[in-house]
Design a protein around this ligand. Structure first.
Ligand code: PLP
Length: 385
């Protein structure tokens, strides 16, 4: 048995992605900047993938730049806006529950003189638009709020935040890290109201090392990598053509099947949650009720998440204790910001789903999880007394 429930860390490449990558490696090997036939074929492939991706965001292909992933896109926006606008003002508003890619980039900018204001989450993990509004000052140059949190699945109120930015009169730009929402929720740029949006391929069944950044037409930030002038001179370096082919194939599936795939995800999550609630006592659901269906965070009191993870792993079930990036740290910064106690954080597990998971698999997971929790609780003599 092998059941993969760590899809927020990375996903298994889909059949159509593997085919697209393989086909590209075998026959589209030219340099997209070259003028010979193979080069032109590679250039055509890039153009088609950009169109496929743009269709899923309702933006223009010319507003999309391929990058190496979510981390690069986020760094480009933050560093780019800071460089372009620091003379206008020094404040960047974000949240305490962002991915380390953003938090650590902000830390670097703080050392360069930026004033970083991180809005704290509500106890359920969501960010209140009114609190973001209060943090925006006349000298705010950028507001960056993730679309979906990678540990809890909390969905952030982006369109309300857009309104708050407009009402503030600050002229601040608006970025969202849509790495976890893309492919699950509607990421129509016009609805979200953002000026920048970061994406990562490996969270949507495309390869690792490919991502994209949307930059609204008319907004100017400096180029991120200088060199041969690829990606409109904004991000030089010979393009990752096989990765882009895979990302394009993933985007086509998103355009055609997002809602159907989301139904499968919802069914799997609902079955697991229902079984855990009926079979295991003393739990805490850390995800908000209306979380993105691909993520479920829970704490099992009296257990250590790490030990549960290993017990499940030995049964062929892959889960995580939090985000992959913070797996080696003791406490989750996100759960801590939500006010969970150390005891509650210790027993946390994150289940993250894909359209490949089935309700039958979830029954197996629930059985093994119940046994693992019971075994651990009896070893820890929980509950005491
Ligand atoms: N943002 C979020 C919310 C993520 O979950 C991740 C990856 O875990 C990233 C950014 C970083 O993306 P990448 O791995 O493509 O650099």
């Amino acid at each position: 048995m092998f059941i993969y429930l760590d899809n927020s860390a990375s996903t298994k490449p889909s059949k159509e992605v593997i085919e697209a990558v393989q086909e590209t490696l075998c026959s589209v090997f030219g340099n997209p900047s070259a003028l010979c036939g193979p080069g032109l074929a590679a250039e055509r492939l890039l153009k088609a993938a950009r169109v496929d991706l743009a269709r899923t965001l309702s933006c223009s292909p010319s507003e999309l730049y391929f990058t190496s992933g979510g981390t690069e896109s986020i760094n480009w926006v933050l560093r780019g806006v800071w460089k372009a606008r620091k003379r206008r003002g020094g404040r960047i508003v974000s949240t305490a529950v962002e991915h380390p890619a953003l938090i650590n980039c902000c830390e670097g900018l703080r050392e360069e003189g930026a004033e970083i204001v991180l809005v704290e989450p509500e106890p359920d993990g969501r960010i209140e638009a009114s609190k973001v509004a209060s943090a925006i000052s006349p000298d705010t140059i950028l507001v960056s709020v993730m679309h979906v949190n990678n540990e809890t699945g909390a969905i952030m109120p982006l369109s309300e935040i857009r309104k708050a930015i407009d009402a503030s009169g600050s002229g601040a730009l608006f970025h969202t890290d849509a790495v976890q929402s893309y492919g699950k929720l509607d990421c129509d740029i016009r609805q979200l109201g953002v000026d920048f949006l970061s994406l990562s391929g490996h969270k949507v069944h495309a390869p690792k090392g490919i991502g994209a950044l949307y930059i609204k037409s008319g907004i100017h930030i400096p180029a991120f990598i200088l060199g041969g002038g690829q990606e409109g001179g904004m991000r030089s370096g010979t393009e990752n053509v096989p990765g882009i082919a895979g990302f394009g194939a993933a985007a086509r599936r998103i355009a055609e099947r997002r809602e159907e795939d989301l139904e499968l995800i919802k069914k799997a999550r609902a079955r697991l949650l229902e079984r855990i609630k009926s079979d295991i006592g003393d739990i805490r659901i850390n995800s908000p009720e209306d979380a993105c269906p691909s993520i479920l965070s829970m704490s099992f009191m009296g257990c250590k998440g790490e030990v549960l993870l290993r017990m499940l792993d030995s049964e062929g079930i892959c889960v995580s204790t939090g985000s992959a990036c913070s797996a080696k740290k003791r406490d989750s910064e996100v759960l801590k910001a939500m006010g969970l106690s150390s005891f509650e954080m210790e027993g946390a597990l994150r289940f993250s789903f894909s359209y490949e998971n089935t309700p039958e698999e979830m029954d197996y997971v629930a059985d093994k999880l119940r046994d693992a929790v019971e075994r651990q609780r009896s070893l820890m003599r929980y509950p005491k007394g």
